[in-house]
Design a protein around this ligand. Structure first.
Ligand code: 8YV
Length: 311
């Protein structure tokens, strides 16, 4: 008898196909009558597939009495109440490691795009403004001071890449690590001592709005902010005010506080580069993430240890 899975958001077509081969998949995000579905199917669902940016509300999980596993197609589990999941005996699994390189690559992409004005330059050429008009000069990427907030797997991969650019690297995080970079216990100090502040820490109650008005002031008028972690780490209203008032010079953002909503104010700024949460969005990485999503589900349903268990 096939196992019923509830899918909370779209995933790459190849994963959709693989899930459909193995399970009876119910696509929650496309259902016209979700309450009706819960009445007829809630007690059949044994697994949930969801995205890191979505997780699952515990009120929905509570309506699935047979739920065993929440398999996240992503590394972040900030949208899942882990204490509650533990209490209720759900397993939670994610897709770490396989996406580290891509997320770090995108951080470098945003750093370079912002400093070298790649988006403006592209628009400039496409608009037929070359050789008319002035693009203005960008800033150097090589040899600048980079401050990384959160030196976990992704933060370290960003640091490794920045070393190739002769970056002067410092970091801040829960503790000092055995790495050749300067440690600042406080993000304000980190911001005051770098040109580019890169946010790479996990979202939690502790890190919510860790980038606030004071941190942005410490970053200063020549400093810029890069965020490839989660929107919740940055006080977006404070960021907009800092950009408008010139207290920082620019921002490169892949994540936002209320995705997919991106504030109009940010969209209107030339010194801001935005992308729609695409840090792990490559064919290769999404395939590897899909394999882990499938492996986590399969292990659960065959009573084996999960390859990537969070809980
Ligand atoms: C994904 C992510 O875009 O891994 C994460 O935590 O945010 C991203 O890799 C997202 O989870 C897609 O489902």
């Amino acid at each position: 008898m096939s196992i019923d899975i509830l899918q909370l958001c779209p995933v790459m077509p190849a994963l959709e196909a693989d899930l459909a081969k193995r399970y009876s998949v119910h696509r929650w995000f496309e259902m016209k009558d979700q309450p009706g579905f819960l009445k007829s199917h809630a007690d059949k669902i044994r697994g949930v597939v969801t995205g890191g940016h979505i997780g699952i509300p515990m009120e929905l999980a509570a309506q699935l009495p047979k739920l065993e596993i929440i398999s996240i197609n992503g590394v972040g589990y900030d949208k899942i109440d882990l204490n509650e999941a533990r209490k209720r005996g759900y397993r939670v699994a994610n897709t770490p490691d396989v996406l580290t390189a891509d997320v770090a690559d995108l951080a470098l992409g945003l750093i370079i795009a912002l400093a070298r004005q790649l988006v403006l330059a592209d628009n400039h050429v496409r608009a037929g403004n070359w050789p008319k008009g002035e693009l203005g000069l960008g800033h150097r990427v090589t040899g600048r001071r980079y401050g990384i907030f959160g030196l976990g797997r992704i933060g370290q991969a960003i640091a490794t890449r920045l070393q190739a650019f002769d970056g002067k690297i410092s970091y801040s995080g829960r503790r000092k690590l055995d790495v050749p970079y300067t440690f600042y216990p406080d993000i304000n100090e980190l911001a005051a001592n770098c040109d580019v502040l890169v946010i790479a820490a996990a979202a939690s109650a502790e890190t919510k709005h860790v980038v606030n008005t004071d941190v942005l002031k410490a970053l200063g008028p020549n400093g810029s902010l890069i965020n490839i972690a989660r929107g919740s780490l940055v006080d977006e209203a404070a960021l907009i005010a800092a950009l408008q008032g010139g207290s920082i010079s620019g921002a490169g953002l892949d994540v936002f506080e209320d995705e997919p909503r991106v504030p109009e104010a940010l969209i209107g700024m030339k010194n801001v580069v935005v992308s729609p949460h695409i840090a792990s969005a490559t064919h290769e990485t999404r395939r590897a993430m899909a394999d882990l999503v499938l492996a986590n589900l399969e292990a659960q349903f065959s009573g084996k240890p999960l390859p990537a268990a969070v809980v």
